[in-house]
Design a protein around this ligand. Structure first.
Ligand code: ATP
Ligand SMILES: O=c1ccn([C@@H]2O[C@H](COP(=O)(O)O)[C@@H](O)[C@H]2O)c(=O)[nH]1
Length: 238
């Protein structure tokens, strides 16, 4: 059998995608399906670190937060990602995957704090490491946390698993004429303001020469195909 193209990955899982067909929160069938995709690549021997978003519960810039102090709203958003991290860990446990949650905000009764060396060791032991609370700082996003933790974990690639199957010339949700890129450079993505990932995350990946692949978490087997180096989603490189 062909070996996976990557030995260690940072998977950014969309918080919003966790809603499935619901309008809010975590859809049980959806989270179970996402976890089975992750389990497939863990079984291939790939070391998996996960950053989970919080858009299904709360975003600092969402209308629900309008009028709030931005930093307060962002801390609420980070706590939302911790809830998703715990739900993800529980769904992994149900499928026999061993995982650890590390939080960038100190909530010791709930999750262990982020400790780089410990996280690296868990990965080497074949445990999935789920990073909650983003970067731990307001005014950032979990996309930036994914880029940051990906670099700290020395992963081979950052994978953004989202609701669309790649990077398009425009938002495919609002522009049906938008075309998908198979490959593109970070500079193109930044200059063209292609909003699939925030500019801070793209710049960080570009500066550290960390490849990024954007693909759909709703497409069955897509994660495995990406990990096997097959043509799936959009690859963004220097
Ligand atoms: N040029 C583009 N190509 C692809 N998607 C785009 C583009 N511009 C905007 N988008 C939108 O970006 C969204 C993905 O980014 P976003 O960070 O908002 O969500 P997420 O990461 O899936 O969710 P969460 O923040 O909850 O983790 C897509 O669902 C798509 O509608
Ligand atoms: O480093 C971070 C990460 C996240 N936030 C806040 O959390 C929400 C949810 O994260 P998403 O990336 O949008 O899924 C985000 O809107 C921010 O409000 C943060 O402040 N810092």
């Amino acid at each position: 059998m062909t070996a996976p193209a990557y030995k260690r990955i940072l998977l950014k899982l969309s918080g919003e995608a966790l809603m499935g067909e619901d309008s809010y929160g975590i859809n049980r069938a959806t989270i179970d399906r996402m976890v089975s995709e992750v389990a497939e690549v863990v079984r291939l021997g790939v070391q998996v670190a996960v950053v989970i978003g919080g858009g299904n519960i709360f975003r600092g810039v969402a209308p629900a937060a309008a009028g709030m102090d931005r930093a307060t709203a962002d801390y609420m958003g980070m706590l939302a990602t911790v809830m998703n991290a715990l739900a993800l860990q529980d769904a992994m446990r149900r499928q026999g995957l061993v995982s650890r949650v590390q939080s960038a905000l100190n909530i010791e009764q709930v999750a262990e704090p982020y400790i780089r060396g410990k996280a690296m060791r868990y990965l080497e032991e074949g445990k999935v490491v789920i990073f909650g609370a983003g970067t731990g700082n307001p005014f950032f996003t979990t996309d930036t946390a994914a880029a940051l933790r990906g670099m700290e974990m020395n992963v081979d690639v950052v994978l953004k698993a989202t609701k669309v199957d790649g990077v398009y010339t425009d938002d495919p949700k609002t522009n049906p004429e938008a075309m998908r890129y198979q490959r593109l450079t970070f500079d193109e993505a930044i200059v063209k303001n292609l909003k699939v990932m925030d500019a801070t995350a793209l710049t960080l990946c570009r500066d550290q020469k960390m490849p990024l692949c954007v693909f759909s978490i709703f497409k069955e087997g897509a994660l495995k195909r990406v990990v096997m180096g097959e043509d799936e989603g959009t690859l963004v490189q220097c």
